[in-house]
Design a protein around this ligand. Structure first.
Ligand SMILES: Cc1cc2nc3c(=O)[nH]c(=O)nc-3n(C[C@H](O)[C@H](O)[C@H](O)COP(=O)(O)OP(=O)(O)OC[C@H]3O[C@@H](n4cnc5c(N)ncnc54)[C@H](O)[C@@H]3O)c2cc1C
Length: 405
């Protein structure tokens, strides 16, 4: 019987524990916090968007080599996690393409995982932070001495450090694999995070506005549409999250690069159609008040150099074009992204070319596995990251329990 030691009791680690214990392995979970699964509780605004129906490479990102990336994505194209959830008493329900637990409570997902692990006899040891020193005694020594020991690293990335993940799993992997087996890694950057723009007086005026629109990283095809949240530091909301990775990565490789984002605040109309609409507006209310949220309309007018007191019918053709252009093409010079504390996910980690795609084991030391966000694979908003955590955890747990290496 193999002894599987899982380091990190988040989504991936808990799935791995259950999967390994079901295969008959002795399983020990070492978790830094005083309880497991802290991050799971805050997912999906407390409802836990646990997977998605449209798993494909289009929704995942990695800085590892492209072929490895595609091989891993292929492994993710499965609904094994939904079957797994049913087996622990969580009934997934679909909202559009997104899966949630029918309870719509992240706490129910965590409870089901915890109780299942407990029922299977997983030894859960909390307040066990593995550091370069503690890992030697608690993990490396048994690992070196006993061929039946497998280690699954599930310490997460660097996002949301308050929940326990601090990006140090990379060092743990290196220290376990041994100094003669240097691993290729990609530095962590915040992804799925709000975007901070260069300070402008209008930011405080539009703070709090929520508006449907499109955000595009200037000069690229990186773009996303949905509800934008305008803030006093820049732009938040799901579309901003979706494009933030490209900004983080670019600024990491080229600090100080002059980047911009472009907002289209009226996606349903072409520029000329919008200009016509503004030119021919009726009524006596402030000009854009029936088209955009009031605070945003005022910012648009001021930034177009046009009086906020202008009324419908008083607009010239040139002014209408200028206003339409500002609405369709509002450029914001970017300062950066918010940090890891505000990020839902981090990009980076242990390169995929270091891992076997069938079970997420290290090629250089197949008795060690790297799962979840610690691997250099991150997904869009929409359940893709948890899906990756569950699927990698299930595969690694099963293999670690069964394998003879
Ligand atoms: C606010 C928020 C909302 C989110 N919502 C969603 C969503 O709805 N859908 C979705 O798909 N994704 C969502 N995500 C992302 C998703 O939660 C993560 O990608 C996923 O939880 C990663 O799982 P993981 O097991 O790899 O890492 P984590 O969940 O981060 O777990 C890592 C665990 O390892 C422990 N650990 C770390 N270092 C050590 C150490 N040295 N020794 C021992 N233990 C250690 C940590 O304490 C932690 O328990 C959200 C993230 C956040 C922050």
């Amino acid at each position: 019987m193999n002894h599987v030691i899982v380091i990190g009791g988040g989504a991936a680690g808990l799935a791995a524990c259950i999967s390994a214990a079901r295969e008959g392995a002795k399983v020990t979970l070492l978790e830094k916090n005083d309880r497991v699964g802290k991050k799971i509780l805050s997912t999906g605004n407390g409802k836990c968007n646990l997977s998605n129906d449209r798993i494909s490479p289009d929704h995942y990102h990695s800085d590892s080599d492209r072929e490895s990336f595609l091989r891993f994505c292929e492994r993710l194209e499965t609904s094994e996690d939904l079957v797994f959830f049913e087996s622990i008493g969580i009934i997934p329900c679909k909202r559009g393409d997104l899966y949630y637990p029918s309870s719509e409570q992240a706490a129910s997902v965590l409870d089901a995982l915890r109780f299942e692990a407990e029922a299977l006899g997983v030894l859960v040891r909390t307040e066990r932070e593995m550091t370069r020193d503690t890992i030697r005694k608690e993990v490396s020594e048994p690992f070196r001495k006993d061929d039946s020991v497998r280690v699954i690293l599930a310490t997460g990335g660097a996002a949301a450090p308050k929940t326990g993940s601090d990006g140090k799993g990379i060092f743990l992997a290196e220290s376990l694999a041994g100094s003669d087996r240097k691993l290729s890694t990609i530095p962590f950057v915040p992804a799925l995070v709000p975007i901070e723009v260069q300070s402008k007086p209008f930011l405080k005026n539009w703070a709090g506005v929520r508006v449907n629109g499109r955000i595009t990283v200037e000069g690229t095809e990186v773009s996303s549409e949905g509800q934008l949240q305008l803030t006093d530091y820049g732009v938040s909301g799901i579309p901003a999250f979706q494009v933030s990775r490209a900004i983080s990565r670019r600024l990491k490789s080229e600090p100080g690069a002059g980047l911009g984002v472009v907002l289209d605040l009226c996606t349903e109309r072409e520029l000329s159609e919008l200009a016509d609409l503004i030119l021919n507006m009726k009524g006596h209310a402030p000009l854009l008040s029936g088209l955009l949220p009031k605070k945003l309309g005022e910012v648009i007018l001021k930034e177009s150099g046009i009086s906020v007191n202008l009324r419908a019918g008083e607009v010239s053709e040139a002014q209408a074009e200028k206003i339409a252009e500002k609405i369709k093409h509002f450029v914001l010079p970017v300062k950066g992204t918010k940090g890891f504390d505000m990020a839902q996910v981090s990009a980076g980690g242990i390169c995929l070319e270091e891992l076997n795609e069938n079970d997420w084991s290290l090629k250089k030391e197949p008795r060690i596995y790297v799962i979840g966000e610690l691997a250099d694979l991150d997904g869009d908003c929409g359940g893709y990251n948890l899906h990756h955590a569950w699927i990698s955890g299930i595969a690694a747990g099963r293999s670690a329990a069964r394998s003879e290496r």
